[in-house]
Design a protein around this ligand. Structure first.
Ligand code: FPP
Length: 252
């Protein structure tokens, strides 16, 4: 699979789905699928960094995932700690900055400590920002921004009339490193599932049937190659130079 070095998506978001099915196909418990999924995380972070992707956001645990059986939630939390501790040298050595978005206060102290430590140690890295969306929900994030804006308005710090789309975006931690250009979802479902809702407005979407634990470097290349074939218009008409003579197409 060939991809162009220029025209890379600057920010890639991934909905890592299919761990449970991967395990079921092998007659193994769901947590075995999550473990294998954490190996895919290592692979994909490495290749995204090598390619020069500037920001990678991984949907590692949704706000809604707290309602899964307690033993699955604990297995996921353990895998997170393992990842944050085990990949520390790899992350730091490759100039990766680790960040997290979501309701982080709900995370168990062990995860929180490992996360905060790697965030602190990697804060000055400029290679790629790896953001883990943890206890994250797009609607919850927007609601929180609305609350913060309302509080500022009540305190007289902002005029309600001044609240526009850019101001809302500036209050969304998931957009701190820019809007996602490409959102990939594995596992065959074709939905956004509360991931980066606000930022997804103009993202290119790429869906694959590949189950997350099977996702390889080649699959990421395929997603990027597909992105590079798309024409991004952001609600505008096609730029003149690409138009057939004097025909103006409406935006989609
Ligand atoms: C969805 O698969 C995946 C998750 C809920 C968790 C994603 C977690 C990992 C990939 C591993 C740990 C993360 C890191 C960063 C080390 P599912 O369980 O919903 O799969 P299913 O749809 O087949 O049941």
């Amino acid at each position: 699979m060939l991809i162009e070095a220029r025209n890379l998506p600057r920010h890639v978001g991934i909905i890592m789905d299919g761990n449970g099915r991967w395990a079921a196909l092998r007659g193994e418990p769901r947590k075995a699928g999550h473990r294998e999924g954490s190996h895919a995380v290592r692979r994909v972070v490495r290749v995204a960094r090598r390619l020069g992707v500037e920001a990678l956001t991984l949907y590692a645990f949704s706000f809604q995932n707290w309602d899964r059986p307690a033993d699955e939630v604990s297995a996921l939390m353990e895998l997170l700690v393992e990842y944050l501790v085990g990949e520390r040298e790899e992350i730091l050595g490759n100039g990766i900055r680790l960040e997290a978005v979501g309701d982080l206060d709900r995370l168990p102290p062990l995860v929180r400590t490992a996360l905060d430590e790697l965030r602190r140690l990697s804060a000055d890295n400029r290679g790629m920002v790896l953001t883990l969306a943890l206890s994250y929900g797009g609607r919850e994030e927007i609601a929180r921004a609305a609350r913060v804006l309302a509080e500022k308005a009540v305190r007289g710090e902002i005029e309600p009339a001044a609240i526009d789309a850019d101001m809302v975006a500036a209050h969304l931690p998931s957009l701190r490193f820019g809007e996602p250009d490409l959102i990939v979802r594995t596992g065959g479902e074709k939905r956004i599932s509360n991931f980066l809702l606000y930022g997804a407005a103009y993202a290119e979407l790429y869906f694959t049937d590949r189950l997350w634990p099977d996702f390889t470097e080649e699959d990421l290349f395929a997603a990027i190659a597909s992105y590079q074939k798309r024409e991004r218009r952001f609600g505008l008409v096609v730029p003149e130079r690409r138009e057939p003579a004097k025909v103006s197409r409406r935006s989609a």
